[in-house]
Ligand binder design. Structure first.
Ligand code: HEC
Length: 207
């Protein structure tokens, strides 16, 4: 009789212990999980999102040559519609409010003969490299104080890359994009940025 009770008590105790152990084990399993999620979700958000906030984050984080490498000249053409109020994009185009822009990439600043550039533009000097175009189109008045280009600027990095890619297509032989050769350090960045995302991916099935 006593033996029976002992056995039953033992069985009960055993299963209780089992349940406790399970509980502890699941704590161990679950406790670090939310932390893992919180830690990895931020960098992982970009590859998951494919647009919206992720695109915005990507556009500010990624160096311009990288954006330029994946820019779409067709989108750029649409985005450059507001420019056509003042600029002619066709080959041999005439000046409007602004100078014609065919072949502007790597052309000297303010080089269109007969166009009345502002003193600020004439004084600026240098060529319209991809980088210089990027800065100017982002905020003309900040880049060249005193410019008479009355355009507020395109603030979205990715859209600006599309516009600059379109400008580059307006040439007999478009210039090679400055991606691989000019900035090897920057080119390495997206690979680094992709790593935490790859690390986060295998963590997902665990939860
Ligand atoms: C309201 C008219 C207007 C709009 C809109 C405008 N521009 Fe201009 N742009 C000008 C004027 C005027 C100049 C000459 C600026 C100066 O001399 O300071 C100019 C100059 C430029 C230059 C320098 C050209 C050279 O020969 O050195 C570039 C590049 C340029 N614009 C690109 C653009 C792009 C790209 C857009 C659209 C995203 C745009 N502009 C929109 C009026 C405009």
């Amino acid at each position: 009789m006593n033996m029976e009770i002992n056995k039953m008590a033992g069985a009960l105790l055993g299963s209780l212990l089992g349940v406790m152990a399970l509980g502890m084990f699941s704590n161990v399993l679950y406790a670090p999980d939310p932390m893992k999620k919180a830690g990895y979700d931020l960098p992982g958000a970009a590859p998951e999102g494919h647009g919206g906030a992720a695109a915005a984050a990507a556009s500010s984080a990624e160096p311009f040559p990288v954006l330029l490498a994946k820019a779409d000249p067709k989108k750029g053409e649409a985005l450059a519609k507001p420019c056509t109020a003042c600029h002619d994009f066709s080959k041999g185009g005439a000046a409007k409010v602004g100078p014609p822009l065919y072949g502007v990439v790597n052309r000297a600043k303010g080089h269109i003969a007969g166009f009345a550039y502002s003193d600020a533009m004439k004084a600026k000097g240098g060529d319209w490299s991809f980088d210089e175009l990027n800065k100017f189109i982002a905020n003309p008045k900040a880049d060249i104080p005193g410019t008479k280009m009355a355009y507020a600027g395109e603030k979205d990095d990715a859209k600006r890359a599309d516009i600059v890619a379109y400008l580059n297509s307006l040439a007999d032989s478009p210039a090679p994009l400055p991606k691989a050769d000019a900035k090897p350090a920057d080119a390495a960045k997206p690979a680094e940025a992709a790593k935490p995302a790859e690390g986060a991916a295998p963590a997902a099935p665990h939860k």
